[in-house]
Write a protein that binds this ligand. Structure first.
Ligand SMILES: NC(=O)C1=CN([C@@H]2O[C@H](COP(=O)(O)OP(=O)(O)OC[C@H]3O[C@@H](n4cnc5c(N)ncnc54)[C@H](O)[C@@H]3O)[C@@H](O)[C@H]2O)C=CC1
Ligand SMILES: O=C(CO)COP(=O)(O)O
Length: 325
């Protein structure tokens, strides 16, 4: 199965490295000519994944048309670009493995729903879980959820991508796998705020638990299964992203918690903090589904420029309620 990877950021590069581990040829489409050049000439992606040696069997290209020769395509561009890239990519009969974590602005769709609109004929899988790209590319042990409604295709993809240090766990809950990854990025911003504002470790643990309750309420309303939300792509990724400055979303939150303005923190970023784009979309989707998401609302307020102390005060002043509703 020849794998093509669409997107040469940190995660696309790390996944290309996973797929190329035994000398298998992998095609990697990158938008930046510098990235294409550096991968082909020096087997490194100094822009997005510096300091990691890549397998020589990865061939980078700037030509999307070459993906027509692939048997499966890993789609790893940030969420807001998935629709445009998929429209341009020749897909043929290749299954699409969606690896971005977020919701599309305007439509409020999950990435699989966008892919289904643009490529209704393609089999769709979602790969998601606690996966910092630099650790995966360095061969450190990692486990992910690989969800596909067609379980035979899902198993083929899992077998192809698995290695002694990369363990895909099969699932058929595509929506559930996506909701965990989309929501945890917003919650990671909130946990970063707790860190940046010096609110303490009790507050962070409370936020992870109440954030998980929020993720679960929203997920169940959108048709996710509870066990998927409690698995690698939900709780697993939430715990990872809420506890490390390696996370771009958590780091963005640290800056907000220290009182910096979101627009300054987001200006001129080359790398993506998906939670900043997903938060307002998630707030709208939650209102539409009549799901209470106070942490998400607080993150939206901070991204809109509200004062940290006011937002924290308002969260803590909410009426006391039952832990389980
Ligand atoms: N970095 C990580 O550790 C992980 C990232 N992800 C997800 O993977 C997705 C991609 O993130 P990263 O690879 O980390 O990106 P990155 O932050 O390393 O790089 C930014 C990417 O955005 C692309 N880009 C910028 N403008 C674009 C445009 N107009 N059209 C198409 N692409 C454009 C760049 O070419 C580059 O590939 C995100 O949804 C992220 O949440 C998922 C798991 C782990
Ligand atoms: O999704 C990730 C880890 O699973 C990466 O998190 P960040 O995008 O916050 O860096």
């Amino acid at each position: 199965m020849k794998i093509g990877v669409i997107g040469g950021g940190a995660w696309g590069t790390a996944l290309a490295s996973v797929a190329a581990r035994d000398g298998e040829p992998v095609l990697l489409w990158a938008r930046e000519p510098d990235v294409v050049e550096a991968i082909n000439a020096g087997h490194e992606n100094p822009l997005f994944l510096p300091g990691i040696a890549l397998p020589a069997s990865i061939r980078a290209t700037g030509e999307l048309s070459l993906s027509a020769a692939c048997d499966a395509l890993l789609v790893v561009v940030p969420t807001q670009f998935v629709r445009a890239i998929l429209a341009e990519t020749p897909v043929g009969s290749a299954p699409l493995v969606l690896c971005a974590k977020g919701m599309e602005a305007g439509t409020r769709l999950l990435v699989s729903e966008v892919a289904h609109q643009v490529r209704p004929e393609a089999a769709i899988a979602v790969l998601s879980g606690p996966t910092f790209a630099h650790e995966v590319a360095a061969g450190q042990p990692t486990a992910v959820t690989l969800a596909c409604a067609d379980e035979a295709i899902g198993q083929q993809l899992a077998d192809r991508l698995a290695s002694p240090t990369f363990r895909p766990y099969a699932s058929n809950d595509v929506i559930g796998a996506e909701i965990g990854g989309a929501v945890k990025n917003v919650l990671a911003i909130a946990c970063g705020v707790v860190e940046g504002a010096g609110l303490g470790q009790n507050a962070r643990a409370a936020l992870i638990a109440r954030g998980f309750a929020e993720m679960t309420r929203f997920g169940l309303a959108r048709g996710a299964r509870a066990e998927t939300l409690a698995g690698l792509s939900g709780l697993g990724d939430l715990v990872l992203t809420c506890s490390s400055t390696s996370s771009r979303n958590f780091s963005l939150g640290v800056g907000l918690g220290q009182g910096h303005a979101a627009r300054d923190l987001l200006a001129d970023r080359r790398t993506v903090a998906e939670g900043a784009f997903t938060a307002p979309v998630l707030r709208e989707a939650a209102m539409e589904a009549r799901v209470d998401m106070p942490v998400t609302e607080a993150v939206c307020a901070l991204l809109d420029g509200a004062d940290v102390r006011d937002v924290v005060e308002a969260l803590l002043a909410r009426p006391l309620t039952r832990e389980h509703r």
